[in-house]
Design a protein around this ligand. Structure first.
Ligand code: SF4
Length: 462
């Protein structure tokens, strides 16, 4: 019978169906970071349990790591204490850890793929909502809470509700100046922030087929913002080319065997879905959020809806029917697990090169990992940002969640390439976030206000 990738991978990892109706699912890869793991490790100690599969568990430090100086001990005492705690936990339980002084450290959802740990057909869990990123490789990847982190550490299993599958096809050619971030913001705008509850999203269509792995990761990363528990793309030659030669990817005969298995788990052509949605890529324009959730988004040439949510308008200090273009910004942030990869830095650099950041804007460029930073520096991209007046920072989550010194102050407005514009998300209880693509953030940094990046692209040689 024709099946979706979701069903094939789910069934291959099903241990049993629990009395609750949930599935006890074996987890192929457990990614751990410093924020959601300390209590989980404490619970293990209290119960005298080991980590069931330390070789399937990998840890990094990302949320709290300062990005201005990453010298140990960190000046931020809480960050230092949390780092020491994770070091101790990983040492005691035999888990591989990528510390800030390691060449491979970075945001958990950036380093997993980069190291080749993230592979098609895996089930992946991590104590962070944006674990859905890894679905770009054809994995079923889910964010979990601290008590589930404990469960996976202790048993390598998770009790989860089976999901329905919605196929989302995006077809056609994206127009210049329109990126994967605009696609996913448009999907969430159309289906709503609760539209994906109970679903896994399978993304496909000719636009997705042409996308790079970086772009597919941006799309899958924000599945959770549309309410979906997971989001994925079927593995194809683009996936395999990305993985080949990576540190933890199979090699030799094991590679050929793996590719054959990975091809076999892609959704069958005639698989049936619980729902289907289609979007025309050419109809998508650079997209900006105006409100307090990622679904409150509009094209940059549009105005805030006449029936805009009153709470969002009051928080943002915006008016219904007003244009988003021309909104003055105070901070520009390029980074995060959504858009902190090399291709994001390259796209932003195309806009920034030869320009200066507006005098009233503080601009941060924060690579998603040390490897991304190294590669960008090798290409001289860091100098493009520094010359323009950006601060070129060390790898980490930075201002995405602001659990580190990178925070908005007061009512500041931030043009951000991250994934959440919730109230207070970027460190100030009254701070305001406008989500957009890295190129749009770069354009806003230079103009000092929200602009249509396409007007600047006309001046940039291809
Ligand atoms: S960049 Fe943001 S969303 Fe991604 S892992 Fe860090 S805090 Fe979470």
């Amino acid at each position: 019978m024709a099946e979706t990738l979701f069903n094939k991978v789910w069934n291959a990892h099903r241990v049993r169906t629990l009395a609750s109706g949930q599935t006890q699912l074996f987890i192929g890869l457990h990614l751990v970071h410093e924020v959601t793991s300390p209590q989980a490790f404490d619970m293990l100690r209290q119960q005298g349990l080991p980590v069931a599969f330390p070789e399937r568990t990998v840890a990094t430090i990302d949320h709290i790591v300062p990005t201005s100086s990453q010298k140990r001990p960190f000046l931020d005492m809480m960050a230092e204490e949390m780092t020491v705690a994770l070091e101790r936990n990983c040492r005691d339980f035999g888990i591989r850890l990528y510390l800030p002084d390691s060449d491979e450290q970075g945001i958990v959802h950036v380093i997993g793929p980069q190291l080749g740990l993230t592979q098609p057909g895996l089930t992946i869990a991590c104590g962070d909502s944006h674990t859905s990123t890894h679905g770009a490789f054809g994995a079923i990847a889910m964010g979990i809470g601290t008590s589930q982190v404990r469960d996976v550490l202790a048993s390598q299993c998770l009790a989860v509700e089976p999901l329905k599958v919605r196929r989302i096809d995006v077809n056609g050619q994206l127009r210049p100046g329109v990126f994967a971030k605009d696609v996913i913001l448009t999907i969430i705008r159309r289906l709503g922030v609760q539209g994906g509850v109970g679903y896994a999203y399978e993304y496909g269509g000719s636009t997705l087929d042409r996308m790079t792995m970086d772009e597919r990761m941006t799309i899958c990363n924000m599945s959770i913002e549309g309410g979906a528990r997971a989001g994925y793309v079927n593995p194809d030659d683009t996936t395999f080319a990305y993985l080949k030669g990576r540190k933890f990817a199979p090699s030799g005969a094991a590679w050929d065997k793996a590719v054959a298995w990975w091809r076999s788990i892609a959704s069958d052509r005639d698989a049936s879905y619980d729902d289907r949605v289609t979007l025309d890529a050419a109809s998508i324009e650079p997209t900006v959020t105006w409100g307090i959730n990622p679904g409150q988004a509009i094209g940059v040439t549009e105005s805030i809806p006449a029936d805009a949510d009153a709470e969002a308008l009051a928080y943002m200090g915006f008016t219904a029917k007003a244009p988003i273009r021309g909104t003055k910004i105070d901070v520009a942030f390029i980074g995060s697990c959504t858009n902190g990869r090399l291709s994001d830095i390259e796209e932003a650099a195309r806009i920034v090169r030869g320009h200066k950041v507006s005098s009233h804007v503080k601009a941060l460029m924060v690579p998603g990992s040390r490897a991304v930073a190294r590669e960008a520096e090798k290409r001289g991209l860091h100098q493009v940002f520094i010359d323009a007046g950006f601060e070129w920072r060390g790898a980490g989550c930075s201002m995405c969640l602001a659990m580190n010194p990178d925070k908005l102050e007061g009512r500041q407005v931030c043009a951000s390439s991250s994934n959440r514009n919730f109230k207070g998300r970027q460190g100030s209880p009254t701070g305001r976030t406008l989500l957009m693509s890295p190129a749009m953030v770069a354009a806003a940094a230079i103009a000092g206000e929200v602009v249509d990046v396409r007007t600047m692209l006309e001046a940039v040689p291809a």
